[in-house]
Design a protein around this ligand. Structure first.
Ligand SMILES: Nc1ncnc2c1ncn2[C@@H]1O[C@H](COP(=O)(O)OP(=O)(O)OP(=O)(O)O)[C@@H](O)[C@H]1O
Length: 366
């Protein structure tokens, strides 16, 4: 039985807002998407009233899940920007009421997760997601229990990188159970909504959805949760960096000058929100000819290492441009998994080891 938008609207009409009108008349609902039993929409409310609306959001999600045929429902609560706050970003409830002076700042820690590490890039297409999953696998090989959260909501990559496209199941208390692959716990918006849907997301919706993917997922005990961030250094990324309790950030760049300028912006962004940069990775650093083994520095290799030195952040390693990395990551077979004793897996594990060292300095991971 397929679920329609009208089914969703009929069930939402029974919910009363704080102002006493039915939710469907409150002018807060976004476009509703209902495809293959997956329902997604957001509610945009005045920032000052956001806390009062959290209960309505939960009720709406509950009501939609109760419609026969609905397999999953995600309702994001987004607040209109407040003029005057930095970048227009409103501090979250946990920011205001949270405590603690850990490197994670004042955000609410996620129970059971020892450290959250963001993998970010100044611009798209530099291989951030490929690097993120292979680093996650490298950390797994070092003996850690690892999760991977795909926060790249513009173009979720985890389904492609892992070949996993199932719908997460729910626990009795309605938390999503992460999917398992390669010994990693995985969560991606790509498991919940169609890729076309992902394109229509606006900044505040992303922030809210990522918060839910962090907090409404039964992650269990993890040493490190690797977060594949959306590419870029705009307000959305800044806001995520501010709202996710990050222990540190890894910046992925290619060696070209332009990419490096963007990488620098990434470091500045994390600095702004007091998240330490664990280091820079240079991806597509050089090309090793598979036939003659000759190395070519196509993009002028070494830029990221210099940039890291200049900025006083660790340089984590160089990953070559290689067909097997591309083919593997595009076919759900990341290279650290498929060729664990090969040279590329070694490189990713060495990077993971440096990340481990960076985290240990902060006494987050044992
Ligand atoms: N070291 C590498 N060698 C060869 N191909 C690579 C390498 N790293 C990434 N790629 C390929 O480059 C493309 C972009 O990679 P990926 O999706 O990881 O980038 P991204 O920075 O996450 O992109 P997006 O802008 O979508 O976030 C993919 O086809 C991937 O397989």
């Amino acid at each position: 039985m397929s679920v329609t938008k009208d089914d969703v609207l009929n069930s939402l009409a029974k919910i009363q807002t704080p102002g006493g009108v039915p939710l469907t008349l409150a002018k807060v609902l976004s476009e509703i998407t209902a495809t293959d039993g997956k329902v997604f929409f957001s509610m945009t409310v005045d920032a000052a009233e956001a806390r009062a609306w959290e209960g309505i959001r939960a009720q709406a999600e509950e009501a939609v899940r109760a419609i026969p045929g609905v397999k999953t429902a995600l309702v994001a609560l987004t607040a209109e920007r407040q003029p005057g706050s930095p970048s227009g970003i409103k501090p979250s409830a946990s920011h205001r009421h949270g405590a603690g002076d850990s490197p994670m700042g004042k955000q609410k820690a996620i129970p059971g997760i020892k450290a959250i590490v963001a993998v970010a890039s100044g611009k798209g297409g530099v291989g951030k997601s490929t690097t993120a999953i292979n680093i996650a696998l490298g950390l797994r090989d070092l003996g850690f229990k690892i999760g991977l959260l795909d926060a790249d909501i513009y173009g979720p990559s985890v389904p492609r990188l892992t070949g996993v496209k199932e719908m997460p199941k729910l626990t009795d208390d309605k938390k999503m159970i992460p999917l398992q692959r390669f010994g990693l716990s995985l969560m991606s918006i790509g498991f919940l909504v169609q890729e076309e849907t992902a394109m229509i997301w606006r900044g505040p919706m992303i922030q809210s959805a990522v918060k839910q993917m962090l907090q409404d997922v039964a992650w269990g005990e993890l040493d490190v949760l690797v977060v594949d961030m959306p590419p870029g250094t705009g307000d959305v990324q800044l806001s995520l960096a501010q709202h996710v309790p990050l222990a540190g950030a890894v910046i992925v760049s290619t060696p070209q000058d332009l990419a490096l300028i963007d990488a620098r912006r990434g470091i500045t962004m994390f600095k702004k929100v007091d998240v330490p940069t664990l280091g820079i990775v240079e991806n597509m650093s050089y090309f090793l000819c598979p036939h003659c083994n000759t190395r070519s520095d196509i993009f002028g290799h070494g830029g990221a290492r210099h940039e890291a030195e200049r900025l006083g952040v660790p340089f984590l390693g160089e990953i070559p441009l290689h067909m097997s990395i591309r083919e593997g990551s595009d076919a759900g077979q990341p290279v650290v998994e498929t060729d664990p004793t090969g040279a590329h897996a070694e490189i990713y594990r060495a990077i993971a080891d440096k990340i481990k060292t960076g985290l240990r300095l902060q006494a987050v991971v044992a």
